[in-house]
Design a protein around this ligand. Sequence first.
Ligand SMILES: C[S@@+](CC[C@H](N)C(=O)[O-])C[C@H]1O[C@@H](n2cnc3c(N)ncnc32)[C@H](O)[C@@H]1O
Length: 217
Amino acid sequence: MRSKLARFAENTERNNLIEPGKPIFATIQGDWSNYFGNDHPIILELGCGHGEYTTGLAALYPNKNFVGVDVKGARIWKGSRDAEVNQLTNAAFLRIRILQLENSFANQEASGIWITFPDPRPKAKDEKRRLTSPRFLDMYRKILKPDSWVHLKTDNQALFEYTLEVLEERTDISDLVFTDNLYNSGLYEPEQQIETTFEQKFAQRGIPIKYLRFRFC
Ligand SMILES: C[S@@+](CC[C@H](N)C(=O)[O-])C[C@H]1O[C@@H](n2cnc3c(N)ncnc32)[C@H](O)[C@@H]1O
């Protein structure tokens, strides 16, 4: 297995990986269509880790573009390599903190978001850091086109319930559907069947996978 430093070095050479220090990082906001060379919808995977949703959805939907976002270079290295090996020219990776998302995407530049097994941040003092807390949702709303879907997959019951409570409080949400046992629900379609690294671990332990989706209206 390559060391973290070797991965970081390879990341600097990857055309499908955008990170601070590369000239494109400074100009990508509002320019993603130009980067992909088409005006197809752009779907994000937030906290993508190894980027299984980014590459899995890119393979399922050649006419959409996918961007995996994570702060950890050693993890997105893998997604970036998988995209390269499988010639998925509609997949890219962005190394940033998600709080900085608006610096990399213009208003209404994206057409969907997947949040895959986010860190649950159980402590009350960390509520603001949960990727489904109000300040993150407000940011997603800005960068998404109207009617775009936001999807959440998680193993964590507390985070799932917290997210449903946050959504209930809002007046700008529509079409909310949810299940606390995805594999035994009618919502388990090809998109939902893509498995992430963390999902595999939790599913092997028999933990039911929770899923919800909604749109901003
Ligand atoms: C529990 S892992 C899940 C990874 C992957 N989605 C999966 O299901 O295997 C959470 C990921 O979110 C990333 N992450 C958490 N908070 C983040 C933030 N604020 N900005 C960017 N990445 C973040 C972590 O680096 C980590 O890779």
